[in-house]
Design a protein. Sequence first.
Length: 152
Amino acid sequence: MRIPGGMEALFRQLTPLVLLVVIVAVVFEPWCPEVAWVRSQFGSGVLLRACVAVLGCYVLLLWGESIRLHTILTGVLQAFRQFDARGGKDAAAARNPKTRLEAARLLIAALKSDDPEIRTSSRHNLTRLVGQDLGQDPAAWQKWLAEQERAT
């Protein structure tokens, strides 16, 4: 199952904010107005329980994300091994178009890296995977990917 790109970006943006809120809540809790009322309603350990719950949820989300990424990368590596084992013939890569497109999606994202070695390696692997060189511009590769996704 693929998480929509907007959700992934939102998760990455909210993570530091949530962690910052937890830190601020722990540090400034003694000076918070109405802290006596909150303690009387929910108990003295309410802040600790809330922080542990929030952090526990984030650990579970990160664990799930790591499993998802591991599965994707394992599939990508397997697709490249199959591609190399058959001499780089396009028919071998086309055997599993879903894995091929997922590999292309990851490599296109890597084309936007600040590291020139990663961009070069990504372009090289995309060229091998696709069978043509569309250059260094990620937009050209995105266009190719969109066309392939419509075709499958």
